[in-house]
Design a protein around this ligand. Sequence first.
Ligand code: CP
Ligand code: NVA
Length: 259
Amino acid sequence: MIFTKPSMRTRVSFETGFTLLGGHAIYLGPDDIQMGKREETRDIARVLSRYNDIIMARVFAHQDILDLAKYATVPVINGLTDYNHPCQIMADALTIIEHVGRLEGTKVVYVGDGNNIVHSWLLLASVIPFHFVCACPKGFEPDEKTVQKAQKAGISKIEITDDPKEAVRGADVVYSDVWASMGQKEEAAYRRQVFKEFQVDQSLMNLAGPKAFFMHCLPAERGVEVTDEVIEAPNSIVFPQAENRLHAQNAIMLHVLGK
Ligand code: CP
Ligand code: NVA
């Protein structure tokens, strides 16, 4: 497990998950192998492949995970990049199936920054039919190519808007994430100004309706992108969502190992 960024859920769910499956996980933190500084990514990929059955990595540049996958001879699992976070969205889909009853046909409304979480939602919407709306400030939209890919797939209804109040009407799920992701923390103060109309508070949840669930990948900044009231409400499913990282990733690990 290579981590060039901090983590709680990803590290602990992968480490305990792999132990539950009968394996043993090794944590390599930002100072351990210093990917790209002490050693080239393509060398790391080939060496680690000789000791391990799976490589899981959390990195900044998405190209780094692509390079690991290109040169490794064992499966490489993406534990988050600046571009996407697929394991999170697998857990989120499982959580929606458990709580709403299905993912197909549901309306998932993401409110906030058009970031790595949004790109993974868009990629999921390219293969499973649901209604995905991203409500974000102008200038903070998700990657245009990824939006087009999801729209061209013609599987799901995709909307990008800057009107969170209109977006959440009829939502099955209202989803939030931090406004400043890892690597953007120096922009946090500026982003708090730009994003202030995009806080998920009780009045926004009221527009979504009484059946709407609240989800957040965590870690959350309470009082910033979401109020304490919303995250603590009975229809907030952030903790089953966090638990499902473990179950979804165990399935991913068994799948890549051909089990
Ligand atoms: N949601 C998530 O990936 O959490 P961590 O950053 O704690 O791993
Ligand atoms: N968008 C967030 C997700 C954290 C799990 C980040 O990249 O920091």
